[in-house]
Design a binder for this molecule. Sequence first.
Ligand code: HEC
Length: 111
Amino acid sequence: MKKKYIAVLGCFVALLSCEKGSIKPIDPTVVSYHKDIEPIIEAHCIQCHSIGSSSVELYDYEHIAEIVETGQLAGCLLGDTNFAQMPMDHVLDDSTKNVVYLWINQGFQDN
Ligand code: HEC
């Protein structure tokens, strides 16, 4: 009985030490395109900017990255008078805007 207990404990320790080496902690401050940005675009932008929109099309990463590079995404959220302010029909709260700014500042990765 005791031997069995030690064997089980041994396996557990081996498992733990193995896990320790292979698990990389995820930095919670890194914004994810798929987890954070996509849902924001879907909730606040896509109804007017889907495929075929007469303005910018924001249905995938490539199109969104394009309006980051032109400065339009930051400009349209920041109150920059050179750009139409978005979303056109409602106001985005600051924490949502901050997630977008952070993503842009972190190099707008497709992560
Ligand atoms: C209710 C409809 C609507 C929603 C919602 C909306 N847009 Fe727009 N958007 C428009 C229209 C219409 C235009 C063209 C307006 C113009 O050029 O004056 C536009 C233009 C833009 C432009 C080009 C602006 C420029 O001056 O270059 C960008 C970038 C943009 N939208 C991004 C977004 C983003 C990002 C969101 C979500 C946060 C969003 N839009 C939500 C209707 C909308």
